[in-house]
Design a binder for this molecule. Structure first.
Ligand SMILES: C[S@@+](CC[C@H](N)C(=O)[O-])C[C@H]1O[C@@H](n2cnc3c(N)ncnc32)[C@H](O)[C@@H]1O
Length: 237
């Protein structure tokens, strides 16, 4: 799905709130409970500020020292700029299918003037061919529950085509484990997502791992993250 929406769990570290943050970026309607677009075009999501540090801790350990990292579904650009600053040996390639979000990333990159962040590219995982032929790692944060299952399968196949053997695909987000939600807030988030679009929703970590195995990846590591999220580290076989 060529999503025009940022749909972000606001329950990270605030389990009692159970709120959703929805920004409909293409349509005239803009439903917002949290987050903001600044006058210069930057979008800001509080959850990305909270999780970028814990995610970076994992990336610093599992990514190669050098090479190109493709970020799929970069959203506001908060993550990619944070990672690029901390890991200057890597060249970062942000991407998003949404032009307004690509603009947000561009504004952030200009502001921070980091030499190792490329211009964001228009990448919808379901649209082939991808506008990139190779990468040394792929990072995708909080996309697969905000898109149909077909987007997960497309992400895996597209990444397989890009990555050399043994290189890393990193996924982050909320997952069910063995068909069960890991928290009440995730269960609520899942039902809100499905009410918005029946094709969206939290995936079983095991189903993602199985699909990844069919696409030629090995699940090397699962890391429990704050606020009932997981980091999944896959390696290309
Ligand atoms: C919840 S936001 C996450 C953004 C960012 N990664 C973060 O965690 O703050 C979901 C993102 O997935 C992107 N997206 C949705 N469907 C996509 C697709 N088929 N291909 C690539 N990106 C997609 C949206 O444009 C949006 O930026």
């Amino acid at each position: 799905m060529r999503s025009a929406s940022l749909y972000v769990k606001l329950t990270e570290n605030i389990p009692s709130m159970g709120l959703l943050f929805l920004v409909s970026l293409h349509g005239a309607r803009m439903l917002r409970q949290r987050g903001e677009k600044q006058a210069d075009g930057r979008w800001f999501i509080p959850a990305a500020e909270r999780n970028k540090g814990p995610i970076l801790d994992i990336l610093a350990r599992v990514l190669p020292r050098q090479g190109v990292v493709l970020e799929v579904a970069s959203g506001t650009g908060q993550h990619v700029l944070h990672f690029a600053k901390a890991l200057p040996g890597l060249a970062w390639q942000p991407s998003d299918p949404d032009p307004e979000l690509r603009e947000s990333i561009t504004v952030r990159a200009k502001e921070q003037q980091l030499a190792n962040v490329n211009r964001p590219i228009d990448l919808d995982v379901t649209r082939l061919p991808w506008p990139l032929q190779t990468a040394d790692a792929v990072v995708c944060i909080n996309m697969i529950h905000v898109a149909p299952w077909s987007a997960t399968l497309a992400l895996l196949e597209g990444t397989k085509a890009l990555l050399p053997i043994q290189h890393v695909l990193f996924l982050y987000g909320p997952y069910r484990r063995f068909g069960q939600h890991t928290s009440k807030s995730n269960e609520q988030f899942d039902s809100d997502l499905r009410a918005h679009d029946p094709e969206w929703g939290l995936r079983d970590l095991e189903a993602v791992s199985e699909a990844a195995a069919s696409s030629g990846f090995v699940l090397a590591e699962v890391v429990e993250m704050p606020a009932n999220n997981f980091s999944l580290i896959f390696k290309r076989r």
